[in-house]
Design a protein around this ligand. Sequence first.
Ligand code: NAD
Length: 477
Amino acid sequence: MTAKSKIDKQARFYESVNRNFDRAAALTTIPKGLLEQIKVCNSVYQMRFPVKIGGQYRVIEAYRVQHSHHRLPTKGGIRYSHLVNQDEIMALAALMTYKCAIVDVPFGGAKGGVKVSPRSLTVPQLEKITRRYTTELIRKGFIGPGVDVPAPDYGTGSREMAWILDTYLTFNHGEIDGPACVTGKPVAQHGIRGRTEATGRGVYYGMREFFSHKDDMKSLGMTPGIAGKTLVIQGLGNVGSYTGLICQNEGDAIIVGVSEIEGTVHNPDGIDIDKLLKFRKDRGSILGFPGTKTLKNPEDWISINCDVLIPAALESQIYVGNAKQVKAKVIAEAANGPVTAEAEIILRKMGVMIIPDMYINAGGVTVSYFEWLKNLSHQRFGRIEKRYRKDIYSGILDQIEEHTGNTVSRRDRAQLTKGADEIDLVRSGLEETMSTAYNEIREIWKRKKNVEDLRTAAFVSALNKIANDYIRMGVFP
Ligand code: NAD
């Protein structure tokens, strides 16, 4: 690694996001001062709190950043990692603002981070830290259904969200809308079906939309459609595993490489992701999975021959030092910020298309929004109308049979008269959201002068929407 590329890898993530912001902002007519207001983080809460672990005092470093208050509540995940720092959380909070605007989720962006390594802590220790962190957020008014609503991110999941909810309700006893203070909760604890898979499913819907445009594929030298496309995934956590499973099982894509912290496995004929996940659960590693070759160098996944690279682990994974090794024609940024701004310049010259993070991984926040709506309406989607619709559709089929003399098979009748369940509504709402948002971005990319790539187009779309909010609402006082 050269000195320059090393600096680029360590480059400040927030600066990288802002560089992309500036590139797009220059192509808008938004007033300069307003652009500055949209760009900056509105509130940054840096905290240190003590926990007692094994009889010892331990000081925990943690953050919550609310990037934009133009719409409330603010929204964004909580990350647990030993790498957490203020710059990273500010960058992630900013990305949340733009992401919400792109998929028309009416929230400002936020992000939280706790500097701990979850693997080195026991479950009770993690619970203690989570509850204390939540208490700090409550004390400073940094959490609440109409204020700021966290969700899972790297290193956290539904278990942590349940602890956050319980802590919030302990201090806000009787608050009827309390469960909307956090999303990504277990289904039995006010969560919503389809949230766990949502980011990966959104990546699939977004890629399917991207590959559906014949003209775009022609100029990339690719055939339309996701079926048969070869993918390499970095990170087999929440986002990476569901992306792989759904692309493989519903999209007929072929996963030819998977990279995890222990190394990379490669098979040009395809790796069954269901079986690989089970293998890793049993053995604690993907290495040695039958039929695959092991690549030991941590960055080997980048140079595997494939159609799409899907980084789904952490930021700054593709940087100046390794960007030239990319063989894929497309990078789908399932993780936040996996390509540095400097590396993107190289990739653009190489003709690599990037489907940007702030669009492609927006499925999580979209379904989080559905969960928040569910919590505020105090009912499961589909519960009230499912039976009613089933009866109406049955009646229509009866009439068709009577008037045509034909009979609809039992299987078709069951399918046609099935009223929608919560999971059906969530998936269809997500599919519609990802499809509409892609076409909005693509329209800007194709029609607007000087917009050369999808990331710039996504930024232009987000900035115009946020600026419109400020302009229409006015500025207080
Ligand atoms: P996760 O903790 O569930 O999984 C991350 C996985 O990446 C882990 O299995 C980890 O071992 C692996 N990993 C870490 N470093 C690696 C490396 N150098 N090489 C290969 N694998 C590595 O986290 P997640 O929730 O899946 O989040 C992943 C990314 O997606 C993050 O950038 C996050 O901000 C972003 N994201 C997550 C969500 C969500 O709903 N969880 C939504 C949008 C974006």
